[in-house]
Design a protein around this ligand. Structure first.
Ligand code: AMP
Ligand code: MG
Length: 429
């Protein structure tokens, strides 16, 4: 299979538009579509961001330790810093060593310093005896512990992090532990990938704002809210979301404006075969937009349109709510993560056995499903019920997209399939 001919489909005034249409209407496998998108996306530049604002951002470069941690030998216990093989029956307390301070004392045999967790172990001492193993008498302490090993209860310099260690590779998502390590290394601000700017537009004359009454033939715009919610979990900045009627001038104006401002434009609706499927027509007709594909061997999501204008990616998603969310999941989410340089681009794939049979089609199908871990961690999968692409409820409770490859004969119960995990498997009750 050749996948490189997509560069020939740019509509140009010299090409026969019917020929371009025919080429664009060639059905493509989703993998080929993914490869085309990958070839056209631009990596985001890095930008410095204050640590306090860097939660869940993507690290732009490797984080290499510039210093040892801990930077001094630190006590891991509240107790007494001693000389390990000191045989004295009791020790005289010569000071209190708190965290964040440095006492000017030296510990020798017969002497000790009271020390707190995280405080630097004073010179001369090479072990800490926990307070529970001691007995206090005036300015003396008796140690009720047979053997005190050298190094006991001390974190040596560099025992957590060694200078020069690669702590976090570029592309790491800064969650709680990761951002803690960045802080730990004193890096603030931190260089992270700029978030791709993304706008979302629902299109259709039938669409009404939720909260407004429905007129005849109208439905409420749900895609915008589903898509912005899906985007909120990804490394991106939502610059605009709204809806527009099926009016060519308005849609064109919108696309023109957003192509100047955004890295990714996401529309829903208007890409099928209907007369008012204007997004498809506008993208095709615009001189500066290259349409790369618009029909996929995919269920749901067959009429996904993908075009580029300069470095701006334009995704014309189908209007059906399930189709728009599935195509978001399969194409836009990975694109945003790739643009950000994230190490984790794809959802994990697990093998699971079908609990029930399912018909096969000539297109690869992604069913909303529930994957459950049974005894011994064996995974089973069942669909969430009726799978038609208008039925958003088929996504509710789903923790996976079940991958049903095309074939002639139906799938039998017990057959193993791939599941793209949107959330962890359920535990069997
Ligand atoms: P279209 O792709 O414009 O032909 O739309 C396909 C189906 O999805 C139609 O039934 C539309 O009414 C429905 N639809 C389109 N946009 C939305 C939206 N934003 N929210 C909910 N349903 C939509
Ligand atoms: Mg429409």
């Amino acid at each position: 299979m050749h996948i490189n001919d997509e560069e020939n489909v740019t509509p140009s005034p010299f090409a026969d538009p019917q020929e371009s249409h025919r080429e664009l209407d060639r059905m493509r496998p989703p993998d080929e579509a993914r490869a085309i998108i990958e070839r056209h996306l631009a990596r985001m530049p890095s930008e410095p961001v204050a640590l306090a604002d860097a939660a869940w951002r993507i690290l732009a470069g490797d984080l290499v330790a510039s210093e040892d941690h801990p930077p001094f030998p630190a006590s891991t216990m509240d107790g007494f810093a001693v000389v390990a093989d000191d045989g004295s029956p009791w020790r005289e307390i010569i000071g209190d060593q708190h965290a964040g301070h440095v006492l000017d004392v030296e510990v020798s045999e017969g002497y000790t310093v009271r020390i707190m967790t995280g405080a630097p172990v004073p010179p001369g001492a090479n072990a800490v005896v926990p307070v529970e193993a001691t007995e206090l008498a005036d300015d003396h302490v008796v140690i009720h512990q047979e053997d005190v090993a050298p190094g006991a209860n001390i974190r040596p310099v560099g025992s957590d992090v060694r200078r020069g260690d690669l702590i976090l590779p570029a592309g790491t998502t800064l969650g709680p532990a990761e951002i803690g390590l960045v802080a730990n290394m004193g890096v603030n601000p931190v260089a992270v990938a700029r978030r791709p700017r993304v706008c979302v537009l629902s299109t259709g004359d039938e669409l009404v704002e939720p909260g407004e009454p429905l007129g005849p033939g109208q439905i409420r715009d749900s895609n915008r809210f589903s898509l912005t919610t899906a985007l909120a979990a990804e490394p991106c900045e939502i610059t605009f979301s709204g809806k527009a009627p099926d009016r060519r001038d308005e849609l064109e104006r919108f696309l023109r404006e957003r192509m100047e401002l955004d890295d990714v434009i996401v529309t829903s609706g208007g890409v099928s075969m209907g007369e008012l499927d204007l997004i498809k027509a506008i993208l095709f007709d615009a001189d500066d937009v290259t349409v790369h594909f618009r029909r996929l061997y995919l269920k749901p999501g067959k009429p996904l349109n993908f075009g580029t204008c300069g470095e701006t990616l334009i995704f014309g998603l189908p209007g059906n709510p399930v189709s728009s969310l599935v195509t978001f999941e399969l194409f836009i989410r990975p694109a945003l993560r790739r643009m950000s340089g994230a190490l984790e681009v794809d959802r994990p794939r697990l093998r699971a056995r079908l609990e029930e049979g399912t018909p096969a089609s000539d297109r690869i199908e992604y069913q909303r499903g529930i994957v459950t871990a049974g005894p011994g961690g064996r995974l089973t999968a069942r669909s969430t019920g009726a799978q038609q692409s208008s039925r958003l409820a088929s996504f509710v409770g789903a923790n996976a997209l079940l991958v049903i490859p095309p074939r002639e004969i139906p799938y039998e119960p017990g057959e193993e399939i791939d599941a793209l995990m949107l959330a962890p498997p359920r535990a069997q009750p």
